[in-house]
Design a binder for this molecule. Structure first.
Ligand SMILES: [Zn+2]
Length: 135
């Protein structure tokens, strides 16, 4: 089951890269190093996938075990140097975990918070399920 889901996600991500007219085509993310810090601009990406920049930043900090901060324009500054490839791998992981519906593979989902838990609701098939919490 898990493998099928992975296949589905790679297919979606591959279609995105080839630009085959797939409707799920998140914009590119700017990643650049400044001294011993890495700046990741997720403003457009966050808007496209309809997720809060703060949530994405917490995910990145958690995954990269790096301290970080967010400004109001959607720029995340992480302590440490990370390549664009590493950041993009994490963002693919984010999309897979928090955006794409695990039931039908649709990227057309919403995230909502109930108490301290996050739920993903799919607008395609109507599935709703909890996702992991980030500290
Ligand atoms: Zn679905």
């Amino acid at each position: 089951m898990e493998e099928n889901y992975d296949d589905l996600v790679s297919k979606i991500l591959k279609e995105r890269k080839t630009g085959s007219g797939n409707r799920f085509e998140p914009p590119d993310i700017d990643v650049f190093q400044v001294g011993q810090k890495t700046v990741v601009n997720v403003e457009k990406f966050a808007k496209y996938i309809n997720r809060p920049v703060v949530h994405i930043s917490k995910f990145l900090m958690h995954e990269l075990t790096a301290p970080g901060q967010v400004d109001e324009t959607g720029k995340i500054t992480l302590g440490g140097r990370f390549s664009k490839r590493v950041v993009m791998e994490k963002m693919d992981h984010y999309v897979k975990e928090y955006v794409i519906c695990k039931q039908c593979g649709s990227p057309d989902t919403q995230m909502r918070k109930v108490d301290k838990n996050f739920f993903i609701k799919c607008l395609g098939c109507g599935a709703e399920y909890p996702v992991g919490r980030l500290k």
